[in-house]
Design a protein around this ligand. Sequence first.
Ligand SMILES: Nc1ncnc2c1ncn2[C@@H]1O[C@H](COP(=O)(O)OP(=O)(O)OP(=O)(O)O)[C@@H](O)[C@H]1O
Ligand SMILES: [Mg+2]
Length: 239
Amino acid sequence: MSENLLDIRDLKVSYGRAQVVHGISLTMKAGSIVTVIGANGAGKTTLLNAIMGVVPSQGEIYFDGAPVPLTLEGRVAAGVCLVPERRELFGSMTVEDNVELGGFLRTGAERAETRAQVYGRFPRLAERRKQLAGTLSGGERQMLALARALMSRPRLLLLDEPSLGLAPLIVADILRIVSELRQTGVSILLVEQNARAALEIADEGYLVELGEVRRSGRAADLAVDPALMESYLGNSGGH
Ligand SMILES: Nc1ncnc2c1ncn2[C@@H]1O[C@H](COP(=O)(O)OP(=O)(O)OP(=O)(O)O)[C@@H](O)[C@H]1O
Ligand SMILES: [Mg+2]
């Protein structure tokens, strides 16, 4: 069988009569980080939502060699997990309670073990277990969103702009954490507008424009692609 964890063929998404994803194909090897970059409105969030099953789509999505389950619940159970752009934390609940919500599918020893791993990875959250999520800093909130997602022991993590709204130093922190998650065996589809930073930690990249893939390839190659550099990477071309 194929070694791809995710294999998307000719995916199309419409909102009413407006088609916004025009036949995207994308593959992901197990254990890899793939980034999708592109301007506002390109269809990146829509693509993630279609993979998660929260918006209907046409085309084929294979997960681990088989058609992905049809329903959102089926996809969650299969190990697909979306961290949306609005982190959707419960601000009036504690850090700890938000983390636990991510583990609802897990029970007993497995849950305890996962919880220990998650707090081990995010010591700042461990220190703030009893603090209300609404009082966390932006970076800590993103960590909490990741921690909650990891509690479900996902196989495929869909991250929608985890660096959004964060100061540059915190962006680097968050993306370092994302790249370290690879060691846990999770595969990551990372949507970012912060193209340079995303390409630095990704194995493969896709540039999406107006709902179509404009360019794709090894992240290291895309990071030095002159056309991409112009529009998405700033004009410095590295340092
Ligand atoms: N629920 C919706 N109903 C109608 N149109 C929508 C809906 N959600 C998104 N769109 C439109 O679909 C297109 C793609 O939007 P999408 O949010 O996927 O882009 P994006 O690449 O994630 O952008 P951004 O970088 O700003 O997050 C946009 O033109 C947007 O206006
Ligand atoms: Mg978006």
